[in-house]
Ligand binder design. Sequence first.
Ligand SMILES: CC(C)(COP(=O)(O)OP(=O)(O)OC[C@H]1O[C@@H](n2cnc3c(N)ncnc32)[C@H](O)[C@@H]1OP(=O)(O)O)[C@@H](O)C(=O)NCCC(=O)NCCS
Length: 179
Amino acid sequence: MRVRALSWNDFEGWVELYLTRYEEIGRNPDLGVYLQPTKPTLPEEAALFGQVMKQVLAGDMVASVAEAEGKLVGVCMVARRGHHLEDRHLGDLGIALHPDWRGRGFGDALMRDALEKCRGVFEVVELKVVALNEGALRLYRKHGFEVYGREPRAFKRGDRYLDEILMRRDIEPRNPAAN
Ligand SMILES: CC(C)(COP(=O)(O)OP(=O)(O)OC[C@H]1O[C@@H](n2cnc3c(N)ncnc32)[C@H](O)[C@@H]1OP(=O)(O)O)[C@@H](O)C(=O)NCCC(=O)NCCS
């Protein structure tokens, strides 16, 4: 397994990984990930991937990927919340592993890499997680995230509503003397 920065060459793997979500929802309707209302077409995926790479190149996103057996099996992204003087220090984190590659420490390694890359880019990282996603909650606690709130019925799939837990952690600035 290798963790590295997202690159332009990852488009195909990124699309494949994203599309597994639609299959998985059929088996696990409580899967706590967000979906586009309809499965994106390849041109739509290209536009979305272009947006992601644009943010990475502009320094407004940190994106780490996990690779195993030559395939992209996980991604962790932290995106700048806004571009105002007052909110550009905040980053929003999301992470997802391919269903066949969970529970092997990849999520842990991805979080470590992404949070290290956040130093000097963001001062606070926040995330939302559906309340019943205990695996993710444990992972986030392990990486220093603390609960600061709960958003009732924030997540709706079909007719079912789930609460979301709001978590955040500070990011230590880079030590200029260490560079
Ligand atoms: C949540 C997710 C990112 C974790 O990644 P992972 O590679 O499976 O996790 P790891 O194997 O690296 O485990 C790291 C830690 O996470 C926690 N954890 C992960 N999955 C867990 C599970 N099913 N049950 C309990 N704890 C779990 C544990 O604290 C574990 O640390 P430990 O081994 O020291 O106890 C991954 O399971 C996933 O992609 N799930 C579906 C998408 C999702 O829910 N994303 C988060 C949306 S907010």
